[in-house]
Design a protein around this ligand. Structure first.
Ligand SMILES: *Cc1c(COP(=O)(O)O)cnc(C)c1O
Length: 429
């Protein structure tokens, strides 16, 4: 905050950023992102007695600038598509620190991974089939990890739960022995790691502790079947604080629980300590981002709600309409002013469900005022859309009082780029 009580991030006044770059605007705080990367790195060093690496789950927010930042902090990266993979490679992430996930990878995506020497996370038999074909005639083995469903329940929204047995991701634990036995006969395959991920926005530590035992059992099995498995990948999932009542563990406590549980589970089974991998997405980038909007129209329904509309909504932040997610918001220039009304903060899209926040206490405001929604760095830009043909916002990276454009705003005319109008439909009417 400055002397007049106006909010700033990275030394930049938010209302000034809004006027300079337009709204809606994603603002990313470089220091916050770097600090989270360091928190993972240092916690892994502190709590795990062997080698370790955090991989950024880039589906949370994929861009060249974010890739370059996390690469410079020494992290690796998860990609799930050719687009995320190309962004990682172009952003300077060393291919040996990239892994390709996905429950239905295309042959093209797998070929791209092989071409760059990226580790492939084998999710199902279809992956094995496609890789067997692609690996034919290639020099050297293909580095692989094997994903399985650990059969662990946790409390989070059902759409972002992945650890329970009835999940589309990974091999069923009963199939592990069969697939590992098969891969042991494939000369092209080098199974380096095992992977499981239990879900996202999780506040409990217990499921992660349980996961260590399940992974260590799988490690024991894989080594018994002749695979030189060196990596154990526990996935991501640590939740963050969106609203005051959210109380997630710190990065350090999460890593401590995971690292100690993996080390203990390996010790119990007398297994040589593997390299520990984890894949944070949300907890790395969500707290580093805020979104700026301009306030517009107001509809007051006596006895009911007051709707206050912003110049964005579900196309730049689909989480409230998808997961009923909550956020914290305030006016950029009067964050501390006393509330005079409670509003429903609506987006501008043609959906009644396009509401960013319900029951938001706000001080007096007028059209043109800049509103800030906090903790929007993850699963906003990356899940956004062009619904209603609304252009995607720009992203600026801030730090040390500097603001740099790292993703430019789309223009409405650019949205017509991929339309093709057949000749016979031209000049009709
Ligand atoms: C989504 C995902 C992550 C990241 O999850 P967060 O909750 O954002 O940390 C990590 N690994 C896999 C396989 C995922 O699908």
């Amino acid at each position: 905050m400055d002397a007049e009580g106006r909010l700033s991030v990275g030394g930049c006044l938010l209302s000034e950023l809004a006027h300079r770059f337009g709204t809606p605007l994603y603002v990313l705080d470089e220091l916050s992102l770097r600090s989270s990367c360091r928190a993972y790195r240092e916690a892994l060093e502190r709590h795990y007695p062997g080698p370790a690496l955090a991989l950024y789950a880039s589906k949370a927010n994929s861009s060249l600038a974010i890739t370059a930042l996390v690469a410079s902090e020494g992290l690796g990266l998860d990609a799930v598509s050719a687009g995320e993979l190309l962004t990682a490679i172009e952003g300077g992430m060393p291919p040996e620190r990239i892994v390709l996930h996905g429950n239905n990878k295309s042959s093209e995506e797998l070929a791209l991974a092989l071409q760059h020497g990226v580790t492939v996370v084998v999710d199902n038999w279809r992956d094995v089939e496609l890789l067997t074909e692609l690996a034919r005639g290639r020099p050297g083995p293909v580095p692989l990890m094997l994903r399985f469903t650990p059969g662990i329940e946790c409390h989070t929204h059902e759409y972002i739960r992945t650890g329970h047995l009835d999940s589309k991701f990974g091999f069923d634990p009963d199939q592990l022995e069969e697939v590992l036995t098969h891969l042991a006969t494939c000369r092209w395959a080098q199974v380096r790691g095992l992977h499981a991920h239990i879900g996202s926005q999780i506040f409990e530590l217990e499921p992660h502790r349980d996961l260590a035992g399940v992974l260590a059992d799988a490690l024991q099995l894989a080594r018994r079947l002749g695979h030189n498995v060196t990596d154990l990948n526990v996935g991501g999932g640590l939740g963050i604080r969106y609203v005051e009542s959210d109380d997630p563990p710190s990065i350090d406590s999460w890593v401590q629980v995971v690292a100690e549980a993996v080390a203990a589970a390996c010790r119990e089974r007398e297994l040589e300590l593997p390299r520990l991998l984890c894949e944070p997405g949300r907890s790395l980038v969500a707290p580093a981002g805020v979104t700026l909007y301009e306030l517009g129209s107001r509809k007051q329904i006596p006895g009911f709600s007051t709707y206050l509309a912003v110049d964005g909504g579900m196309s730049d932040n689909p989480r409230p309409i998808t997961y009923q997610s909550s956020y914290t918001a305030c006016l950029a220039d009067r964050p501390g002013a006393a509330a005079v009304e409670t509003v429903t903060l609506a987006g501008k899209h043609c959906e009644s469900g396009d509401v960013l926040l319900r029951e938001l206490p706000l001080p007096a405001s007028k059209p043109g005022d800049v509103l800030v929604v906090l903790a929007t760095g993850a699963y906003n830009a990356s899940m956004g859309s062009n619904y209603n043909r609304i252009p995607r916002p720009a992203t600026v990276l801030v730090g040390d009082g500097r603001a740099e454009l790292v993703q430019r705003r789309e223009r409405p005319d650019e949205l017509l780029r991929y339309d093709v109008l057949p000749e016979r439909l031209r000049s009709v009417g």
